[in-house]
Ligand binder design. Structure first.
Ligand code: S3P
Length: 173
């Protein structure tokens, strides 16, 4: 049977790290939507935003996401933080054989992580520390509606990757 597990959530929650581990545990191939985009365009996401703009990125993201969800392959897919929030991508969670998982983190945890890792993320890289906190608060709130459409929600604060993967497996299978 086809099984597509999709990890969604705000930047910095660990979608790729958790996705890789979950793929190992479920013995499914691991796919990372940002990496697929980078490979296809032969550019980093940051370069793509700078050279072609966010709209171009969002269209490509939608097209590839839809294509992946419509094929007959099984996989664990980590998405970008904005994937569910554009072009009605969240509605695609309702397609057959899809299990969508929202990795829920507190604003404080997200802020701490993104402060260290903001450089490669075009949306936040130019924000100063104070601006970043305010930005995350508002942006996260705007995006929550889409994240909430996931079938399963897992809180990740103060848990390690192994615990999170265990919890996801218990809820899914
Ligand atoms: C984005 C998140 C990024 C990447 C792009 C846009 C967003 O992915 O897709 O920079 O809009 O939140 P991560 O969530 O893996 O950082």
């Amino acid at each position: 049977m086809v099984c597509k597990i999709i990890l969604i959530g705000y930047m910095g929650v660990g979608k790729s790290t958790i996705g890789k581990e979950l793929a190992k545990k479920t013995k499914l191939p691991f796919l990372d939507l940002d990496k697929i985009i980078e490979k296809k365009e032969n550019k980093s996401i940051d370069e793509l935003f700078q050279e072609k703009g966010e709209l171009y990125f969002r269209k490509l993201e939608h097209h590839l996401f839809k294509e992946l969800l419509s094929n007959q392959n099984s996989f664990v897919l980590s998405t970008g933080g904005g994937t569910p929030c554009y072009y009605n991508n969240h509605l695609l969670f309702e397609l057959e054989n899809i299990k969508s998982i929202y990795l829920v983190a507190s604003i404080d945890i997200i802020f701490e992580r993104l402060l260290q890792e903001k450089q490669e993320r075009p949306i936040i890289k130019d924000l100063a520390e104070l601006e970043l906190k305010e930005f995350i608060g508002k942006h996260f709130f705007e995006r929550s509606y889409y994240y909430q459409k996931a079938t399963v929600k897992i809180k990740i604060d103060n848990k390690n990757v192994i615990q999170i993967v265990e919890e996801i497996s218990e809820l899914l299978f």
